[in-house]
Each structure stands twice: as structure tokens, then as C-alpha cells.
Write a protein that binds this ligand. Structure first.
Ligand code: C2E
Ligand code: CA
Ligand code: CA
Ligand code: CA
Length: 278
């Protein structure tokens, strides 16, 4: 038993070692990822359940590491924040997504919306109020079709500054979505004080909406609240036809999730969009 425990201990150490090595490697390589063209975006459609049309896509970042393969954002965005690389990456994301959005609009998808996730760190930098509109202008993408998704966690630290930045962006025509709604702490006061036009219901509420009456009631209540405040509602993490069925009964909603499509690379999503338009 002792030998077994020792063996297990060694395995744990080497597992820890491997995870640590991986993180160290990612951290060392991250500053070069953008220059080497290793970053790319995937896009996930958002479907208006009333008209059954695709109203836009959310851009999600990926990093194709030459040795470790595709790295998800939850793994390298925190490193980028820690290493002060997030502003550079965010700029790249906005530029790339806006150029792609312009192509789609030129294909005839007029009013097609593009959303991009904004790191909480970006809200500390007042210059993004000028930067984001400038990037959109360079890409010839209309700001009123551009959505920035922010989370509550991003606002807790400095609500005043965050609000000023968001107001500035809103004044330039850009829309603000509150992401992961419902999982934070002071959600309701944010709704009152921030220039939000879209609420995204966190997918932890969606998962059991067709099985658990309480979860369905929570979503229904958020939907009613959002409606009375004239927000658009996006329900995240929709995976099954049963969930769509339940959501349709709740009124006019936008849905996003694997049921419609996983996030896809630009070529694949373009095919998907054109196929659906037929
Ligand atoms: P998020 O903004 O809440 O994005 C939704 C996440 O849920 C995405 O994971 C998406 O692939 C996943 N998802 C979508 N539909 C379903 C579904 O039906 N079921 C399940 N189980 N999952 C679904 P992803 O792409 O790994 O992104 C994770 C998080 O990383 C995002 O959460 C966002 O906070 C952050 N992120 C992604 N791209 C960027 C970026 O360009 N910049 C920044 N700062 N953060 C980003
Ligand atoms: Ca998001
Ligand atoms: Ca979310
Ligand atoms: Ca999230």
C-alpha cells in the first residue's frame, strides 16, 4: 500500500509538472502567437426564434499552438491578461471580426451583427472608446451592427470607470451585451446603471430548462425582466430541440448553442450561412 501511495504521489507530481510545463510554454510563446499568425476566430450563429433567421454571430478566439494544438480561450486569455498582452489581442480580434463581418454584409447579409468578447481589463483603458470605432471604420463595418460582450466580473472592480467607458462606446453607436447574466452578484444594479441593450442568459440556466421547472421559471423571469427594460435577450447553450421548444413559449428570443451550430471557422460558417439562406 505504501509503495502504491508513493507511486501515486509521483504521478501527481509529474502530472502537476506537466501542467506547469504546459502553462510555462504557453506563456513563453503567447507574445509571438499573433505575429506568427497562430490566432484565429471561430464564429457561432445566433438565431432569432421568432423569425427563424440568423441575426448574427459571436466571434470566439482560438490559438493554434504549433506543438500543443488548438488552445481554448479559457486557457490563454488569463495568461494574456497577466502578461499585459490582452489589449493587443483584443485589437486583433476586433479588426479580424469586423473585416469578416464586412464581407458577410457585402454578400447580402445586411444588418448582420458581429459580437466580440471584451476582457474586463479592457474596461480599465479609456482609449478603447476611440480605438474600437477607429478599427470598425478602417474595416468599413457599421458600429450599430457591432456588439461588445462584457461580464459582470469585469465591472465589479471599478464600476465608475467601466460605466464611463461603456457609455463612450455606446455613444459611438456600438451595442453592449451583458454576458453570462445571472451567475454574478449585483446583476440588477448593473442593469439599471449601464448602457446595455442585450442580455445573455448564462448557459447554466439553459441546460435543464426542459427538465427542471425551477430552471425554466428562472429563465422565464429573466426574459420578462429583460423585456420590461427593453433589452434583447440571447439564451446561451441551447443544445436540444426540447430546449428550443420551451424557449419558444417564452416569447421572442434569440438563441445560441450547439443545437444550431458549434462555433465554426470563417469558411465553414460562410457555407452554413449561405446554405441556410436558400
Ligand atoms: P462565452 O463568451 O460565454 O462564450 C460561450 C462559450 O460557450 C464558448 O466557449 C462556446 O464555444 C461555448 N458554447 C456555445 N454553445 C454551447 C453549447 O450549446 N453548449 C456548451 N456546453 N457550450 C457552448 P469558448 O469558445 O471556449 O469560449 C470560452 C470563453 O472564453 C468565452 O465565454 C469568453 O468569455 C472567452 N473568450 C472567447 N473568445 C474571446 C476573445 O476573443 N476575447 C476575450 N477576452 N475572451 C474570449
Ligand atoms: Ca460571450
Ligand atoms: Ca456567455
Ligand atoms: Ca462565459
Amino acid at each position: 500500500a505504501l509503495a502504491y501511495a508513493k507511486e501515486r504521489g509521483r504521478n501527481q507530481i509529474s502530472q502537476y509538472g506537466a501542467a506547469h510545463e504546459r502553462e510555462a510554454m504557453l506563456e513563453t510563446h503567447l507574445p509571438y502567437a499573433a505575429k506568427r499568425g497562430e490566432l484565429f476566430l471561430v464564429y457561432q450563429p445566433k438565431v432569432d426564434l421568432t423569425s427563424d433567421t440568423v441575426m448574427g454571430v459571436e466571434a470566439l478566439i482560438r490559438w493554434k499552438h504549433p506543438l500543443l494544438g488548438v488552445i481554448p480561450p479559457n486557457e490563454f486569455i488569463p495568461l494574456a491578461e497577466k502578461r499585459g498582452l490582452i489589449c493587443e489581442i483584443t485589437q486583433w480580434v476586433i479588426e479580424t471580426a469586423a473585416k469578416q463581418g464586412k464581407l458577410w454584409q457585402d454578400f447580402g447579409l445586411s444588418g448582420f451583427k458581429i459580437s466580440v468578447n471584451l476582457s474586463p481589463y479592457s474596461l480599465k483603458h479609456a482609449q478603447i472608446v476611440e480605438q474600437v470605432p477607429a478599427l470598425l471604420q478602417q474595416a468599413h463595418f457599421p458600429p450599430q451592427d457591432f456588439i461588445l460582450e462584457v461580464t459582470e466580473t469585469g465591472l465589479i472592480e471599478n464600476v465608475e470607470k467601466g460605466r464611463a467607458v461603456l457609455n463612450g462606446l455606446r455613444a459611438k453607436g456600438i451595442q453592449i451585451a451583458m454576458d453570462d447574466f445571472g451567475v454574478g452578484f449585483s446583476s440588477l444594479s448593473y442593469l439599471r446603471n449601464l448602457p446595455i441593450s442585450i442580455l445573455k442568459v448564462d448557459r447554466s440556466f439553459t441546460a435543464r430548462i426542459d427538465q427542471d421547472e425551477k430552471d425554466a421559471m428562472i429563465v422565464q423571469t429573466i426574459v420578462q425582466l429583460a423585456k420590461s427594460m427593453q433589452f434583447h435577450i440571447v439564451v446561451e447553450g441551447v443544445e436540444t430541440a426540447e430546449q428550443v421548444q420551451v424557449l419558444r413559449q417564452m416569447g421572442s428570443l434569440i438563441a445560441q448553442g450547439y443545437f444550431f451550430s458549434k462555433p465554426l471557422a470563417s469558411g465553414e460558417i460562410t457555407d452554413w450561412l449561405l446554405e441556410r439562406k436558400k
